[in-house]
Design a protein around this ligand. Structure first.
Ligand code: ZN
Length: 493
């Protein structure tokens, strides 16, 4: 998610130009200590035990603010009391050795306290496409060329000329994984955010590959988009499996390893990442004005052991739909994404979903007054419905200056849901339906003859009960805003 850094740096630069020096100092980047202070100040210790459930992950909680063991241990305890994890960032280049030392220190303290040892492995998985001409596409006259349609300065190359980069990336990951093993420390959870690197079929990816002599030779069926997508996604999955997943799982076979945006699916994707353009010339099917894209089943190919769907308030989402309830524009799309992952992921595979409430707007997207932000109430409901459809926990992404706002809904919903841990742990989702009108949305987890349900009403909902078939039984769900209900299934019908 590199643009986010670029975006906030550039936005700050714009703001800075109109401010005095004192204001500029106040606008400086938040330190790790400041982020931690906000998180601890804005949250309360859990009222219900977390038990064996996964902790809550927060983008800003990567790396400890203090190098002092006593202080760090105290911080880990305070975060754990609130159900939150601290991840150790793995760095490469000049900071590699120091970041390993610090990561091992954190792992030791976490192991001592019986906490999950978690890792941010973003940096070691970049860059396969490092700009070297050996990774480029090749024009008919032999001229090397790159695809710059994803990000201005990211030189995306040829899918059939990247394998020689595997060993360098694999070594960057293995460097850390081996060291944990050597030190006798565990690795329990590893996430990455590997996005604008490796071959992709969207934007100008397909068009550029068709201009490449090597691509045409290696993939005679390149004019068929489905064949191209399959070939590209297989290579992309192999890259992640061989260079990121395997170097970790070979030492830590039970580790949870995953990547932003990679999750089992129903063959379709219902959101566009910040670097992806909507292009009606590429294959899609329309849901109102949303161009849904065909997507390969890449998750099993990567070998990831947990799923990471992305439910954000992407700015363009709002204009896709005609619902009269503005909240349902966001909710409908995010629930489609959440339900797709929930219905497609095996029950034993954890779902750790990236979430974000504040409007997720790229600097190139013009702010329009008619785009009404998602209400906090609707966002909280979305989080509840995700949990009641089988998501296990959340990974809050937000720029640091949004943390005081963003931490509230996600922590409060996640913590409140622990009251129903028996349903969350062993309950079976009763529906993944997404209404095509802004009416009532229901979700639930069944445990024997009882169902934990939640009903959320949008503008077109009626006040009467919603009747839901569960197997050959039914439940009648009365209106009860902002609350969960535990209902008994009716006798067989
Ligand atoms: Zn090529």
């Amino acid at each position: 998610m590199w643009w986010r850094k670029v975006m906030w740096v550039s936005m700050s630069a714009v703001l800075v130009s109109t401010m005095g020096r004192a204001q500029q100092r106040r606008k400086k980047r938040m330190t790790r200590q400041e982020i931690v202070d906000v998180v601890l100040r804005e949250t309360r210790p859990l009222a219900h035990p977390r038990g064996e459930r996964l902790p809550l992950y927060i983008w800003g909680l990567r790396g400890a603010p203090s190098r002092d063991d006593v202080e760090t241990e105290e911080l880990l305890k305070q975060l754990d009391a609130r159900g939150m994890a601290l991840l150790a960032p793995w760095q490469i280049g000049k900071s590699q050795a120091a970041s390993l030392e610090e990561a091992l220190r954190l792992a030791r303290l976490q192991a001592k306290l019986g906490l999950s040892v978690g890792v941010d492995a973003i940096r070691p998985v970049y860059m396969f496409y490092n700009g070297d001409p050996s990774t480029a596409h090749v024009a008919a006259d032999g001229t090397p060329f790159f695809d710059l349609s994803f990000q201005e300065k990211k030189q995306i190359g040829c899918p059939f000329s990247v394998k020689h980069r595997y060993s360098a990336i694999r070594e960057q990951v293995a460097f850390f994984s081996h060291a944990y093993k050597q030190a006798g420390l565990p690795i329990d959870f590893v996430f990455s955010d590997w996005e604008v690197d490796g071959p992709m079929e969207w934007n100008d990816g397909w068009a550029n590959a068709k201009r490449c002599a090597r691509c045409r030779e290696r993939l005679p069926s390149i004019d068929d988009f489905a064949a191209f997508q399959k070939a590209v996604r297989e290579i992309r999955s192999e890259m992640q499996r061989e260079c990121y997943v395997r170097p970790i799982l070979e030492h830590f076979p039970n580790a949870l390893v995953g990547n932003y945006g990679v999750y089992p699916n129903d063959g379709w994707r219902y959101w566009y990442d910040w670097f992806e353009k909507c292009d009606p010339a590429l294959p899609c099917r329309m849901d109102q004005r949303e161009p849904e894209r065909p997507w390969m089943q890449e998750f099993p190919e990567t070998g990831y052991t947990f799923a990471m769907p992305v439910m954000y308030t992407w700015y363009r989402t709002f204009d896709w739909y005609d619902f009269s309830d503005p909240d349902y524009h966001w909710f409908y799309n995010m629930l489609k994404v959440a339900s797709n992952a929930a219905a497609s992921t095996a029950p034993r595979t954890p779902i750790v979903s990236f979430v974000h409430h504040t409007l997720t707007r790229h600097p190139t997207e013009v702010e329009e007054p008619h785009v009404k932000p998602m209400s906090l109430a609707a966002y909280r409901e979305l989080l509840w419905h995700s949990l009641l459809r089988g998501h296990d926990t959340f990974f809050l992404w937000c720029p640091n200056d949004q943390i005081a706002h963003e931490i509230h809904p996600v922590h409060e919903v996640w913590a409140a849901a622990l009251e129903f841990a028996d349903f969350l742990n062993d309950g079976e989702p009763v529906t993944c339906a997404v209404p095509r009108q802004d009416v009532s949305v229901v979700s639930g987890l069944r445990l024997g003859t009882r169902v934990l349900v939640r009903r959320t009403d949008f503008a077109g909902a009626s006040d009467g009960p919603v009747v839901l078939a569960v197997g050959n039984r039914t439940i009648s769900i009365p209106k009860r805003p902002s609350q969960c209900q535990v209902l008994d299934l009716a006798k067989r019908v």
